[in-house]
Design a binder for this molecule. Structure first.
Ligand code: C5J
Length: 222
């Protein structure tokens, strides 16, 4: 057992840096910049942008500590054959695949689908393209983590109550221990942010731990 641990709620989480990965969920222009999918759905993207700077600090610390860093992107093939009809026309409106200021919304290869420059992957960091909210669904993320014998996931990104906690739930069921730095995740709905984080750590870490960027950076540097 490693002597390192993350300060967290509901209790400290021991970790081994060689078996820990940072998973950066969907920090794409489509979710955090005006003109993308998030805004098309009627959201104020300024609400999620507060996560960018803390994510930058955790990303830098993870890279310096030699952690595996994985980035995910939500989006679809240009012909939308991997987009379920129910997702395409959710709420009676069609946004996915339509033209926006950053190209076709939530379509792979378009400017809006790309990761924001502040958190851009560097060579050697896998990028996992996912058609759904969970990062394990119809992707090779599990295989990538298994091949590196990863056990602990630091999960950052957007949005907290959608793709972040869907992924944490999927990971927990697959035997990973997940820690979510609360300032590194963002929601368009402050009440959902609060409730989603409460749910993660409730009942003795029912599906994960909650911490913050300062505690993660400190533990990675120790
Ligand atoms: C959403 C996501 N909110 N990345 N996607 O539709 O959370």
């Amino acid at each position: 057992m490693s002597s390192k641990s993350f300060a967290a709620e509901p209790f400290a989480l021991p970790f081994d840096p060689q078996r820990t990965a940072l998973v950066m969920i969907d920090m794409q222009r489509d979710f955090v910049e005006p003109g993308g999918f998030g805004e098309a759905l009627g959201n104020d993207v300024s609400l999620v942008r507060g996560a960018i700077e803390p994510c930058k600090r955790v990303l830098a610390a993870a890279r310096a500590a030699g952690l595996l860093v994985v980035h995910t992107r939500e989006g679809h093939r240009p012909d939308l054959t991997d987009c379920p009809p129910a997702k395409l026309t959710r709420g009676g409106e069609t946004f996915i695949g339509t033209q926006g200021p950053m190209g076709r919304i939530l379509v792979r290869g378009e400017q809006g689908h790309d990761i924001i420059p502040e958190l851009y992957p560097v060579a050697g960091e896998p990028i996992v393209d996912k058609p759904g909210k969970g990062a394990f669904y119809q992707t090779d993320l599990h295989l990538i983590l298994q091949n590196r014998d990863i056990r602990t996931l630091i999960v950052c990104g957007v949005t907290t109550e959608v793709c972040v906690t869907t992924t944490v739930r999927e990971a927990n069921d697959r035997g990973f221990e997940c820690i979510v730095p609360q300032d590194c995740v963002g929601s368009y709905f402050p009440a959902f942010q609060k409730a989603a984080l409460e749910m993660v750590k409730a009942q003795g870490a029912i599906f994960g731990w909650v911490s913050d960027s300062a505690a993660i950076v400190e533990a990675l540097r120790a």
